[in-house]
Design a protein around this ligand. Structure first.
Ligand code: SAM
Length: 265
């Protein structure tokens, strides 16, 4: 059963306040989803380029006046922004992770609480699903994923169990094997399938370059590994006097959300 709402935007007022929207100025929403944050930016007079790599998000997001929707991974931010004349911009928002709609859609395989195929691709054209990784990687490769992205202390044992019982095809197959580590195992596989940390590492310097002076970047992350990347990049820019941090400690929201923001000097 699908939820009634596509996604309830996290830290909505806070994120948009940090963007300090200027009427008639250009903004990029790197993670459009159902367009909750974007709708608020537009209500305040901003003009928005909204990216999402999931075509379901692009169809679900309303066609608002002042919004250009583009299907793309945000790792291609510079190219996409240039193509649509959004360079430079006054603000960029990155609201990482999954929408509630993606989690609730059992056929996407993101949730261990719903039975579905082991897919987990945000972009359905990606070549490898979670099932491909689970059924084809070596024990050592799986162990790396569970250790690095899931911080699972029994990563090796879990990988050996998986390898001895494959092929696995459904989320419930994995749930049965992963047991109390299911949440971490699902998260680790999702991060690997979508190269989530790679995309984040790639987008942050691009976002900085695209901002005009006094332009603002707001990043909402949901995982300590993501927040660490954001924190380190923000610190680097701060130390070279390229940005002013808007909050020294992250702002916390629901579902362990952490918001960090800066103004370009
Ligand atoms: C938390 S939701 C965003 C919700 C949105 N702010 C709203 O108010 O509805 C994250 C969205 O970003 C998309 N996404 C995640 N990583 C992405 C990436 N690397 N490139 C493009 N879109 C991405 C997901 O498909 C998902 O729709």
């Amino acid at each position: 059963m699908q939820s009634m709402h596509y996604h309830n935007p996290v830290l909505l007022q806070e994120a948009v306040a940090f963007l300090a929207v200027i009427h008639g100025s250009k903004y990029i929403d790197c993670t459009l989803g159902g367009g909750g944050h974007t709708a608020e930016i537009i209500r305040l007079g901003g003009i928005v380029l909204g990216l999402d790599q999931d075509p379901e998000a692009l169809s679900a997001c309303p066609d608002l006046q002042g919004l250009t929707k583009v299907r793309s991974n945000f790792s291609h931010l510079t190219e996409v922004a240039g193509r649509y004349g959004f360079s430079p911009v006054s603000g960029i928002l990155i609201d990482l992770g999954l929408s509630q709609h993606q989690i609730d859609s059992s056929h996407r395989g993101f949730s261990f609480q719903k039975n579905g195929p082991l897919d987990m691709r945000m972009d359905p054209d990606l070549p490898h699903t979670a099932a491909t990784l689970i059924n084809q990687l070596s024990t050592n490769q799986l162990t790396r994923i569970f250790k690095d992205f899931g911080e699972i202390p029994v990563a090796k044992h879990l990988s050996q169990k998986i390898v001895s019982q494959r092929p696995l095809t459904t989320t419930q197959d994995l749930l049965k094997i992963a047991g109390k580590w299911s949440q971490q195992a699902f998260q680790a596989l999702r991060m690997a399938v979508n190269d989530e940390l790679g995309a984040l590492n790639s987008v942050l310097p691009q976002a900085y370059e695209l901002l005009s002076p006094s332009g603002r970047l707001v990043v909402i992350s949901f995982h300590s590994l993501e927040d660490r990347i954001v924190k380190i990049e923000f610190k680097r820019l701060f130390e070279q006097k390229s940005v002013t941090l808007l909050n020294l400690k992250p702002l916390f929201g629901e579902k362990s959300a952490k918001l960090r923001a800066y103004v370009k000097n």
